[in-house]
Design a protein around this ligand. Structure first.
Ligand SMILES: C[S@@+](CC[C@H](N)C(=O)[O-])C[C@H]1O[C@@H](n2cnc3c(N)ncnc32)[C@H](O)[C@@H]1O
Length: 484
């Protein structure tokens, strides 16, 4: 049991009678739904088991020692308190009656879905998906095997379309394949979902191990995660949502929190990733007041839905096709050029970036996706009409601040060494510093010691001449650590 529980094991959450009745009920469900016979019969049994277990799961919530009646009618169980709290006066309900009631609710739910306009729910559920689900046979993360293959479940209409995955690493989902995302993430330290699901998981045979807990976006919880860890996980999931969403599609992000600072962080991070913030709408059961309708973007009480859009513009397109770092580095390079020469013309920028693209091996991607760099340049820099040169927009911080100094240094070092090699020029440490320090003056400049350190990671000095030579033909811009 999780920390803070009144009892130390799940068995102690039930009276002997409750345990016996629930165990018999569960056994009967499993016995009568064991798949056998033809393919159709097996599928039928499997679906029956899911439905009966759903009703069983809902029965469990009321048949345990945490459940008690409330003065106003109805009752509460442990989840209401956010921890496993044994009731002072537990309420003992009739298991059979409760189970019947829950079955009726499942049936009612199914009827409702069946009668959606033109059978929309089942039509879309059984619609074969393309480029989305990779090959796995079961719905749980721990049962996932080869997920490198796409489309293998294409024709299996009973394939797992609702499945467990890690929002911070949606490897089962192809990039640019999703039409709409609706997400209702956990909010900070509000509710420890995985801890609270212990009782149900035990009865439903759902494995919850520490690796799953590590993935949970939460503050505190069983692993006592810090607020920073929570933010990091939320940002990772925003990045993944951005990756899988198609261009010009929407993300609806439920925000159930009273903390304006968290709202700020999420919106800013989403924007950094490339989302456009569209607006926040208050979601209410009843009618909202006029005032709240008027100020919907600033009202933070209750539940908000934040809408983001993945817009297609030169910058996001570059990010998508070149990867985060290369797009940022291209911009950084233009910026460095402008800073070094106090302005640069379109031709100068084009020439420089083409050479860099060639030297660093991204020209192919660049020219494939960027027939013309002009839109990217004009949307990020100011043009001085008289000189025909681009400048950093007034009052704007250098974008390169967001790129780690070490990576920027590595970029320029590599490009210098590659260029020198192409021109058969010898490269000595002092020359290297003289060449690259001016390029790095936008933002914080690296120390000579840092340049040396980075240089050593990509090149070796010749014993006698002191000349620096690239380590291998394949010395790339990124090593694995850079990409993390
Ligand atoms: C606010 S609840 C969603 C409740 C849901 N909308 C409903 O009505 O039942 C947030 C959910 O996110 C899940 N969660 C936390 N971290 C996750 C992660 N890394 N990947 C996927 N789900 C995660 C939690 O376990 C919890 O079930």
């Amino acid at each position: 049991m999780p920390k803070g529980s009144d009892v130390d094991c799940v068995l102690k959450l039930f009276s002997k009678m409750q345990l016996a009745e629930l165990a018999i009920l569960r056994k009967l469900i499993l016995k009568h739904t064991t798949p056998s016979g033809s393919r159709e019969a097996r599928i039928h049994k499997r679906n029956l088991r899911y439905s009966l277990m759903l009703a069983f799961y809902n029965t469990l919530s009321l048949i345990n020692l945490t459940y008690h009646k409330t003065p106003k009618g109805g009752g509460n169980h442990f989840a209401f308190y956010g921890r496993y709290r044994i009731a002072k006066e537990p309420c003992f309900l009739n298991v059979l009656e409760i189970y019947r009631r829950k079955i009726r609710l499942v049936i009612r739910g199914k009827r409702e879905l069946e009668s959606t306009p033109s059978d929309a729910f089942y039509q879309s559920y059984f619609y074969p998906l393309k480029r989305v689900i990779k090959d796995f046979s079961c719905a749980m993360i721990s049962q996932r095997e080869n997920i490198e293959k796409t489309d293998s479940l294409l024709d299996k209409t009973n394939g797992e379309k609702i499945f467990q995955a890690d929002a911070t690493n949606l490897k089962e989902i192809e990039s640019l394949s999703i039409d709409f995302i609706y997400t209702d993430p956990p909010y900070g330290a509000k509710i420890p979902y995985l801890d609270l699901s212990t009782m149900w998981n035990v009865w439903l045979d759902l494995p919850v191990d520490s690796s799953l807990k590590e993935k949970e976006c939460i503050e505190k919880g069983g692993l006592e995660k810090s607020r920073e860890e929570y933010h990091t996980l939320m940002i990772a999931s925003l990045k993944e949502m951005y990756r899988v969403l198609k261009f010009n599609r929407w993300l609806a992000f439920v925000f159930q929190h009273q903390d304006p600072q968290l709202w700020q962080i999420l919106v800013e991070e989403a924007q950094k990733i490339g989302f456009e913030y569209v607006g926040s709408i208050r979601q209410d059961n009843g009618q909202t007041t006029f005032k709240k309708r008027q100020f919907k973007a600033s009202v933070l009480s209750g539940q908000l839905i934040i809408y983001f859009k993945k817009v297609q513009n030169p910058k996001t397109l570059a990010k998508e096709s070149l990867g985060d770092d290369i797009a940022a580095l291209v911009l950084n390079h233009i910026e460095a050029l402008i800073a070094r020469d106090d302005g640069a013309s379109l031709e100068e920028i084009h020439a420089e970036i083409t050479i860099k693209g060639l030297e660093l091996g991204f020209l192919h991607e660049l020219s494939k996706n960027y027939v013309d760099l002009t839109p990217l340049i004009s949307s990020n820099f100011d043009l001085d009409e008289t000189s025909g040169k681009y400048h950093i927009p007034k009052g704007q911080k250098f974008k390169s601040h967001t790129i780690p100094l070490e990576l920027r240094t590595k970029y320029f070092l590599l490009s210098y060494l590659r260029g020198a090699k192409r021109q058969n020029k010898k490269t000595y440490f002092d020359d290297i510093c003289l060449e690259i320090i001016p390029l790095l003056k936008n933002g914080i400049s690296p120390s000579k010691a840092l340049i040396k350190e980075v240089l050593e990671s990509i090149a070796t000095p010749m014993q006698q001449s002191g000349e620096w030579v690239l380590k291998g033909q394949k010395a790339g811009l990124f090593d694995e650590m850079d990409l993390l």
